[in-house]
Design a protein around this ligand. Sequence first.
Ligand code: PLP
Ligand code: MN
Length: 359
Amino acid sequence: MTVPLPRRDLATPALIVDRAALTRNIAAMAAFAEAQGVALRPHAKTHKSGEIARRQIAAGAAGICCAKLAEAEALAADGVANIHLTSPVVTPAAIERLAALSRRIALSVVIDHPDNARAIGAAAGGLTVFIDVDPGSHRTGVTSAAAAVALARAIAATGTLVLGGVQFYCGSHQHIQSLAERRAAIVERTDYLRGVLDALGDAGFAVPIVTGGGTGTFAIDASLGLFTELQVGSYIFLDREYVDCELAGPRFEPALFVDATVVSANTPGMVTIDAGLKAFATDAGVPVVLAGAPDGSGYAFTGDEHGALRGDGLPQLGARVSLMPPHCDPTVNLYDRYFVLDGGMIVDSWPVTARGCSS
Ligand code: PLP
Ligand code: MN
């Protein structure tokens, strides 16, 4: 692709990142973290991009988080040198890869079971590990203060692992739409976390870092004073699901779009665009039309490759529309590259470096 290229000349569907909005989002979160005196370790599961990770680190982030080992391997190969893995790594083959990666970059990983501590301790001496504490959703993590202390003892008993701290990520709380309800739920969960940290302290374990939080809760987390590091991911792009939430803290702007083309316009009150189930993640409702069709034009998934827009004054055959994805992270994973928008022109393209790296 030769850049610059007018936006409307891109083949669609195309994943677009607005460079100015992205830059402002990165700066706003970096300034917030600095003002609050907390470290920032943005979650790269959202963007899977070496280019964007480097921009976050240049703006002051301590490093990044990755959800999966393959994601971390891909971003490390692209030059990202400080990664925390937020999901447990348990099979012998994966632990070998973990050990190999830890020889190349500054790496840490969560653990939630003493057996896993022993396995990683035997294969990856010197690695920094975090006790993953289940906030009640039962995705991963130890489920009581006593289990956290038992795990800390198992980590110490390896004689090879370093306890970096505790991870606490309240996933199901991030999208509670009402800020007051979200805050009340997080205050209650933070009291629980305080009990876990107190138990670890009473048992003689130092907890240097408390890492966690997401775009829905980071401002609440920072105000409650327990977290030393924020793992925010989606703030970088926002998405329809987060735009629907009453967020606290700095204001972020939508920075991620899917551009599409009207490919059929034969039915009154409806047109078909070339963006369907393969163009957007489908777990969080429908995308919102931002440009190219009247406000309030409703989108519906109609097939693998197609979606319908319904309403009045719809665009004509061949016209372009731009939509905000319902859920950014799994939408990004559907594309090979971002097209970088600046001043109405596509000025660059960045690979989705870790696309599909889920193993
Ligand atoms: N930390 C962990 C462990 C996560 O799983 C996620 C997202 O799922 C995040 C942080 C980032 O959350 P958000 O995208 O809501 O900012
Ligand atoms: Mn998400």
